[in-house]
Design a protein around this ligand. Structure first.
Ligand code: CP3
Length: 349
């Protein structure tokens, strides 16, 4: 058992008492930090992350600046698929773009099994470096099969997911094959990150909230379940996250993670009523609120902490990623406020 086992972040993931409410921010690495823009250089993030020294530094920057309770690896959900040669680029300000989107059964050949040591050695090297340097837990991650499939099929960020939803309904067999291929790739990627030393993993099903509960249950849940099952033996905490997931929150939780990400549209007390008190929650400040006055931000932060009602399983976070224009000072103040909030439960410890 390493020394981070009792850190506030990992204890909260296990819903065990700890010293203060842990906090980190999705998309804390990169984007809003001036020190990031200074060292990032030009070109695609998919090339930048091949430089392990650079990725290590970018991962450390927000931990130093904000004093967060966890670090998240500087990488991207598209990295494994890019490494397999699927023909993916990430266009600045746009997101992932696929030159030849997934269309038919022959495209399955373009999704061979991932061999992390050969295909993404730089990710593992970055993790090795970070584990040496960090005094807080490192979160590894992957895109969930549905969110990855949506990029492969749509070919670009989408608001409607029309092609993705059409494929599910018209050709469930091909959909299942695609998901099975992605499940294997995600499991290989996550297990390699776990072996390299990450302390927790987050599965980003960012766009799952676009699905109806019945579509989620039929076309996505069985696949995401396999992923949580495959990493269970490692014993490390798992976080499951999506945006706009209020109506499918209990279905997502049934995939088997130890922590459920909650966006700002579902208050934490409502989420707990839906999920029970066994599972920990992560969230859920609206990222847009970081642009309101200092007083308004601190009122909203307090509101979230109070809605948690001293449950030991709460990790403070935004309900989605840090917006690029966010003033870093606002995030600094949020961390201070969350850390100084008195936890009745831990005081009793
Ligand atoms: O959280 C972190 O800061 C750690 C690193 C991280 C990145 N992407 C770096 C990145 C993580 C965890 C991700 C996950 C990711 N990538 C998700 C799931 C999380 C979420 O926000 O819902 C998704 C959907 C992607 C796909 C993706 N990659 C998008 C939509 C974009 C934005 C494009 C843009 O420029 O606005 C990216 C690019 C990206 N990934 C950047 C960073 C820091 C910005 C571009 C860059 O630095 O070159």
């Amino acid at each position: 058992m390493n020394s981070l086992h009792d850190s506030p972040f990992l204890a909260a993931c296990r819903s065990e008492p700890h010293q203060h409410t842990p906090v980190w921010f999705m998309r804390q690495a990169g984007r809003s930090l001036p020190e990031y823009r200074e060292i990032r250089g030009e070109g695609s993030i998919l090339d930048a992350i091949k430089n392990a020294d650079l990725s290590t530094e970018i991962t450390l920057q927000p931990v130093r600046r904000y004093n967060t309770d966890a670090a998240i690896l500087y990488s991207d959900i598209m990295v494994p698929l890019h490494a397999l040669g699927f023909g993916i680029e990430i266009q600045p300000g746009v997101g992932p773009v696929v030159e030849n989107p997934f269309r038919s059964v022959s495209d399955l050949n373009r999704l061979r099994p991932l061999e992390p040591d050969r295909d993404t050695p730089y990710v593992l090297e970055t993790i090795h470096q970070l584990v040496e340097e960090l005094t807080v837990p490192l979160i590894g991650f992957a895109g969930a099969p549905f969110t990855l499939a949506s990029y492969l099929i749509e070919g670009a960020p989408s608001r409607t997911y029309t092609r993705t939803k059409a494929l599910m309904l018209e050709d469930p067999e091909l959909w299942n094959s695609l998901m099975n291929h992605l499940v294997e790739i995600v499991i290989s990627s996550l297990n390699s990150q776990i072996s390299a030393g990450v302390s927790a993993i987050q599965l980003f099903d960012s766009w799952a909230g676009a699905l109806s509960p019945s579509a989620y249950e039929r076309f996505v849940l069985p696949h995401s379940k396999k992923i949580f099952l495959a990493v269970k033996d490692s014993g490390i905490p798992t976080i499951h996250f999506g945006v706009g997931t209020g109506e499918i929150l209990s279905l997502m939780a049934s995939a088997g993670s130890s922590v459920m990400g909650v966006d700002w549209k579902t208050p934490l007390d409502v989420a707990r009523n839906r999920l029970g008190s066994e599972i920990a929650l992560q969230g859920n400040l609206d990222p847009a609120i970081c642009f309101a006055s200092e007083h308004a931000v601190s009122t909203e932060v307090l509101n979230i902490l109070e809605k948690n009602d001293n449950h030991p399983g709460h990790i403070f976070n935004l309900g989605h990623g840090v917006l690029p224009e966010t003033n870093p000072q606002v995030l600094e103040r949020i961390v201070e406020q969350v850390h100084s909030y008195p936890l009745e439960l831990t005081e009793r410890k």
